[in-house]
Write a protein that binds this ligand. Structure first.
Ligand code: ADP
Ligand code: MG
Length: 259
């Protein structure tokens, strides 16, 4: 790849249920910096597993095993000594459904900044936090809709607004990488458009990895695409190449809607 890789995945293998279920087989990928990478593929092919392995979200209980490497800026996030809190700060995840915290709109955005002690204390801290909360709500395209009710519970927002709030909350800890797991699939079309628009605006500053099973969304947003099937990467490359000239028969069949 000519583009600078931000994430490099080497021989990644994930097994669930004590090896009964091989979810990812020997994945090797380079994910480019400051681009949108769209991961597509039919349900159950391992998209969510792959995404979770990028920010240490895979449950490391006795029944799941992971081998291989996930390098972010050349550093392996899987090494036992890696600081998981720091990794999750650098690599945010927007889930399929919004999970606002049971607190006010304002506090949802301020939460991560507080946890990571990113704010000065005292009166100055309050002013800086106010400014940052506004800034990230603006970046998420939600400010105008909530500026008059910042201290009301986040649970009162519509689901589309909640997803934008979760985006603001994710941005507020200043990550480098944003992961999205079908982040528009639970939303109405207008809210989905809002999120898509924001992601396009954000890609100059963030590396975005977006799982989607909506082919049109992958076409609208993806600079780089990865097509997965049954736990393997079938094909990956610049979006126009994969969409216009797929190399593999299976990719062609998927693009033609045969799955
Ligand atoms: P996708 O996001 O593409 O639909 P997933 O990554 O969620 O796929 O799942 C890949 C495969 O791994 C599926 O067969 C799924 O049933 C299985 N799987 C996912 N999570 C678990 C888990 N926690 N325990 C056991 N099997 C799982
Ligand atoms: Mg999934």
């Amino acid at each position: 790849m000519e583009l600078e890789p931000h994430i490099q995945i080497r021989n990644l293998r994930v097994e669930y249920d004590r090896g009964e279920h091989l979810a990812l087989k020997d994945i090797n990928l380079d994910i480019p910096k400051n681009q949108i990478t769209a991961i597509m593929g039919p349900s159950g092919c391992g998209k969510t597993t792959l995404l979770k392995s990028l920010n240490r979200f895979l449950e490391l209980n006795g029944s799941t095993s992971i081998s291989g490497q996930v390098l972010v800026d050349g550093e392996d996030i899987q090494t036992p000594g890696a600081d998981v809190t720091e990794i999750r700060k650098r690599i945010g995840l927007l889930a399929q459904r919004p999970y606002p915290l049971p607190m006010s709109i304002y506090d949802n955005v301020a939460y991560g900044m507080r946890i990571h002690r990113m704010m000065p204390s005292g009166r100055k801290g309050k002013r800086v936090t106010d400014e940052k909360v506004q800034q990230y709500l603006e970046m998420a395209g939600l400010w105008d809709e909530v500026k008059d009710r910042l201290h009301k519970p986040a649970s009162g927002l519509s689901i589309g607004q909640q997803q934008r709030l979760c985006l603001a909350r994710g941005l507020a800890v200043e990550p480098e990488i944003l992961l999205g797991d079908e982040p528009t699939s639970a939303l109405d079309p207008i809210s989905a458009q809002h999120i898509e628009k924001r992601l396009l605006e954000l890609k100059d500053r963030y590396t975005i990895v977006l799982v989607t099973h909506v082919l049109r969304q992958a076409k609208r947003l993806g600079d780089y695409v990865i097509f997965m099937y049954l736990g393997e990467v079938v094909e990956c490359g610049p979006a126009h190449e994969v969409f216009d000239h797929p190399k593999k028969e299976r990719t062609r069949a998927y693009l033609e809607g045969l799955f």
